[in-house]
Design a protein around this ligand. Structure first.
Ligand SMILES: *Cc1c(COP(=O)(O)O)cnc(C)c1O
Ligand code: SF4
Length: 339
């Protein structure tokens, strides 16, 4: 049997610094609460909510949070809360109906010209608002046979020009595996671009390794990186510095954010996010309204309020710093803009 580039061998002995930071991510609510000098009374409810969807947050992200501040916009994205356990009508486990849309395990083909690959089940951080918090990843692991079927599927459809590496977080996969997958994809003549949707470099900036850049730029396929940061405080000097080699390698870097109540639902927060991204060499791409996933209702911002914020952004920022305000509606041929 040939070597399998998609094999889920992510659990190798962690050698790179980023892998160590990934495997030592904080998962005990009591430890997070102690590190941030927050009231111990929070531990019990955080533990209850973490039973449904575990806490997971690496140290470099925690270091960007303010101590003793429950309103910290980074903390709010990761701290499990009792509110998550309250059922709210309309907030469901599979809002995007993705379970009905897999032509093959590990592959989602919904939009023309693009396919989305579930590269790995791992994520560096568990974002409480995530629409994948109930997603059955175990059924979507890429084994050798699945990877071959995916390659065959893409090769057989010459309308496909771009492969999106998603997850989980595709950059949780080791560089060697990414390089091998890209090499095999590059052999498919009608493919032009590969896109990585990843929050990992935001959470662990050390993830941008020389080997990763070599992998991304090592084939004829044009790479694009789409980061996921929701608040300007996520972009510190370390991240900015880590992104520098991508700029030098001429890899376009974009950002998608989710509009979250209590995190970034103000004109000021969104403006500062766009400006700070730009300073780090990143262009805003999408601002998504929340998918109505069970457990995330406390982050919801109404469409009306979202439009008002967007209108103000358009008045106050140059066009290239205004992300597209959008949502994903199951069955639609693209993301749907809110206008
Ligand atoms: C969001 C998404 C894409 C990418 O959409 P763009 O508008 O190109 O960013 C592709 N496929 C699937 C299944 C998606 O959910
Ligand atoms: S990193 Fe992305 S996929 Fe992973 S939990 Fe956060 S939002 Fe969800």
């Amino acid at each position: 049997m040939r070597a399998n580039p998609a094999d889920d061998t992510d659990m190798q002995i962690p050698t790179a610094r980023w892998q160590q930071l990934l495997s030592s991510a904080i998962s005990d609510p009591a430890e997070l609460i102690r590190l941030l000098e927050l009231p111990v009374e929070l531990v019990e409810s955080a533990r209850r909510a973490a039973e449904q969807f575990p806490l997971r947050v690496p140290m470099p992200f925690i270091e960007r949070m303010r101590k003793g501040d429950l309103q910290d916009p980074l903390l709010k994205q990761v701290l499990p809360l009792d509110a998550e356990l309250q059922p709210v009508p309309g907030f469901v486990t599979d809002p995007l109906a993705e379970m009905q849309n897999n032509p093959h395990d590990g592959l989602i083909h919904k939009y023309r010209g693009r396919v989305l690959l579930i590269t790995t089940s791992a994520c560096a951080i568990n974002c409480r608002y995530c629409f994948r918090r109930h997603f059955p990843y175990q059924e979507n692991r890429l084994g050798p046979d699945q990877w071959q079927r995916i390659l065959d599927y893409i090769a057989a459809d010459d309308s496909i020009h771009e492969v999106l590496f998603s997850g989980g977080d595709p950059l949780a996969a080791p560089d060697g595996r990414i390089a091998r997958m890209l090499n095999e994809l590059a052999a498919i003549a009608h493919l032009r671009r590969v896109r990585f949707h990843s929050r990992l470099p935001v959470v662990i900036p050390q993830r941008i390794t020389d080997q990763l850049i070599a992998a991304l730029t090592g084939t004829r396929l044009k790479p694009i990186l789409v980061l996921h940061a929701n608040h300007a405080n996520e972009i510190d000097a370390v991240l900015s510095e880590a992104l520098q080699p991508l700029r030098q390698a001429r890899v376009p870097v974009l950002n998608q954010a989710v509009l979250l109540k209590g995190v970034n639902d103000s004109v000021e927060a969104l403006k500062t996010l766009s400006e700070t991204l730009f300073d780090a060499g990143v262009l805003p791409y999408y601002l998504f309204v929340l998918d109505p996933v069970a457990g995330s209702a406390h982050f919801d911002v109404s469409d009306d309020q979202a439009r008002k914020l967007f209108d103000q952004l358009q008045r106050q920022l140059p066009g290239y710093l205004v992300p597209k305000l959008a949502r994903e509606i199951p069955g639609e041929p693209s993301k749907t803009l809110l206008i």
